[in-house]
Design a protein around this ligand. Structure first.
Ligand SMILES: C[S@@+](CC[C@H](N)C(=O)[O-])C[C@H]1O[C@@H](n2cnc3c(N)ncnc32)[C@H](O)[C@@H]1O
Length: 237
């Protein structure tokens, strides 16, 4: 299935699911952050490994000389193919795990890993592919499992964070795990994160990138009902 050529069909360009998701305030925050990061970092080489319908691909492409967009779902790829085609944009219909090993090390200034669930198998590739000054955007939908007290085999401690305690999961469990997986003796730092009952997202980069990304300081860290849970949690401590 890897790298199959894809022909646009007469299916609808955007699935109704994607149209719904775009009205969701948490999804909108993700898009705002993507814009802030793109405008500040001006990445020339971008890897969008879970490209979906290309909403973020379009944002990342603003300054890019090369953007690699990978997507394994046929309906989403139909939408991706409606993006303005230029030689700068390489769209691949594939499971990203079959393509990432073949990409050149240290070759991307911005890497977005934005799955619905987790992207733990992709982390080692992101670590190898990030350029020295490169920024990583990473999402997880697993916080939904955490709220419900369900198992996450890779992160067994998550069981302690069910219900309202899930507001602390990103900071105390998920982000430390990401940093441990991504560190190569370099100076990676958490520039920003937000967490909500459905999505967590983090911006990771070298310490030197913090100044450029100062606009992220004004963004909320807790969204949805996590906003109240965070205030109560902080009041108690
Ligand atoms: C949250 S959506 C991406 C949204 C997109 N980043 C955006 O901001 O518009 C996740 C997408 O990743 C795709 N996906 C999941 N696992 C994948 C894999 N292993 N390789 C490539 N695409 C994958 C799904 O089909 C889905 O379209």
């Amino acid at each position: 299935m890897a790298n199959q050529p894809v022909r646009p069909s007469d299916q609808p360009r955007l699935s109704s699911f994607y149209q719904y998701a775009r009205r969701n305030p948490i999804e909108l925050e993700k898009i705002r952050i993507n814009r802030i990061v793109t405008d500040a970092v001006k990445p020339e080489r971008v890897l969008d490994a879970f490209a979906g319908d290309g909403t973020s691909t379009r944002i990342f492409a603003k300054h890019a000389k090369l953007i690699v967009a990978i997507e394994k779902n046929r309906t989403a790829i139909e939408a991706l193919l409606t993006l303005r085609r230029t030689r700068r944009l390489a769209i691949t219909f594939s499971d990203n795990l079959s393509l990432l090993p073949s990409l050149t090390s240290n070759s991307f200034d911005l890497i977005d890993l934005d799955p619905y669930g987790n992207c733990y198998p992709q982390l080692e590739h992101a670590r190898r592919l990030r350029s020295t000054a490169g920024v990583l955007l990473i999402s997880s939908g697993q916080v939904q499992r955490v709220v419900r007290g369900l198992d996450i085999p890779e992160l067994p401690a998550s069981r302690l964070y069910s219900g309202k305690r899930a507001v602390l999961w990103a900071e105390e469990v998920w982000i430390p795990f990401l940093l441990k997986s991504l560190m190569q003796g370099d100076d990676l730092d958490i520039v920003h994160f937000f967490t909500s009952p459905v999505l967590t997202r983090v911006v990771i980069g070298p310490k030197s990138i913090r100044r450029k990304l100062f606009r992220l300081k004004t963004r909320k860290r807790y969204l949805g009902w996590f906003e109240l849970a965070a205030v109560r949690g902080h009041d108690k401590s």
